[in-house]
Design a protein around this ligand. Structure first.
Ligand SMILES: CC/C=C\CCC/C=C/C(=O)SCCNC(=O)CCNC(=O)[C@H](O)C(C)(C)COP(=O)(O)OP(=O)(O)OC[C@H]1O[C@@H](n2cnc3c(N)ncnc32)[C@H](O)[C@@H]1OP(=O)(O)O
Length: 289
């Protein structure tokens, strides 16, 4: 409820969190966790995730992300968005594990509803979305990239990308799976999902998880030049084509959103799943020490 109210405030009134300012002729607005700047080719916004340390998609981050996208969709001067990260070495660590561990069913349901909402908005966006993947991109991080129309990844073997849910003892939801299948084909998706494969940039390119791998310092310029090419296509024909390609996948979630929320809530609430998440979080901690 509180988040919904915050969202209305941010969208319609412009608020303490959502300031819009002019900087060197470029426009920008910033929430706490998402920075949006219009720069480069006309009609293009750059959206930077900035939820340190790892850009995990907390409830607040998801909400701010969704609001920012909604604002851009409503701004008729914006035709394309480059999605990237301000956190060094991390695109996004995916869904926030602390939103899915040790909470109550109402919280899980609220969280999942917001995950669905962001996915639907990103995946069905009329704008051209290009991701500049400048760091690690597991699970929900990979999901963000998969929603884009084109993916450029930095050539750094430390960065990996993929739907690794099975390594956590959880299961990628059917709509994550559908998008993976749409992107890399059934056989590769089946194998990668079961193994929880995190691909290096070279592997990701080979299998088709990303479209291009470039030296790290060229990720943004490449994303811009890709955007310029896509901007040359008339919006109406590109949008109708995108809709034709994506509608069935989006509709399969839209027609069962509530059941999907209930399924997530009961799955994640199970003792055995909570135990798996606990062990995974411990492993992340131990990696440090
Ligand atoms: C029916 C359907 C059911 C379920 C569907 C659920 C679908 C789930 C989708 C997901 O996205 S689950 C999340 C998957 N993400 C991961 O597996 C990534 C885990 N993180 C990492 O591998 C690494 O952290 C890293 C992203 C590669 C970055 O490594 P680095 O060495 O730079 O940082 P470090 O590991 O020390 O982490 C710093 C800090 O951040 C915490 N952290 C990391 N990832 C997450 C996360 N996803 N959520 C919350 N917190 C995360 C980590 O624990 C550290 O915390 P600390 O400083 O307090 O120890």
């Amino acid at each position: 409820m509180a988040l919904a109210a915050a969202r209305r405030l941010l969208l319609h009134a412009g608020s303490r969190l959502g300031r819009r300012e002019a900087v060197d002729g470029a426009r920008r607005f910033a929430n706490k966790r998402v920075l949006v700047e219009t720069e480069g080719p006309a009609g293009v916004a750059v959206m930077k995730l900035r939820n340190p340390p790892v850009n995990s998609l907390s409830l607040e981050c998801l909400t701010e992300f969704t609001i920012s996208l909604e604002k851009l969709e409503n701004d008729k001067s914006i035709r394309g968005v480059i999605l990237t990260s301000e956190c060094p070495g991390i695109f996004s660590a995916g869904l926030d594990l602390l939103e899915m561990y040790g909470r109550n069913p109402a919280h899980y349901a609220e969280y999942w509803k917001n995950v669905q909402e962001l996915w639907l908005r990103l995946y069905t966006s009329n704008m051209i979305l290009v991701s500049a993947i400048n760091g690690a991109s597991p699970a929900g991080g990979c999901l963000l990239a998969l929603c884009c129309d084109y993916r450029v990844m930095a050539d750094n073997p430390k960065y990996t990308i993929g739907l690794n849910e099975s390594l956590l003892g959880i299961v990628a939801p059917f709509w994550f799976k559908d998008m993976y299948v749409n992107t890399i084909g059934h056989r590769e998706a089946e194998r990668a999902l079961q193994l929880g494969t995190l691909f290096s940039p070279a592997e990701a390119l080979k299998v088709g998880v990303v479209d291009e791998v470039v030296p790290e310092d060229q990720v943004h310029s490449k994303a811009r030049s890709v955007m310029t090419k896509w901007l040359a296509i008339p919006d109406h024909s590109r949008q109708l084509t995108k809709n034709m390609m994506r509608k069935a996948t989006a509709d399969s979630l839209i027609k069962q959103r509530e059941a999907d929320i209930q399924n997530f809530t009961s799955f994640i609430s199970k003792d055995s799943i909570q135990k798996s998440l606990h062990m995974y979080l411990e492993k992340l901690k131990q990696k440090k020490g």
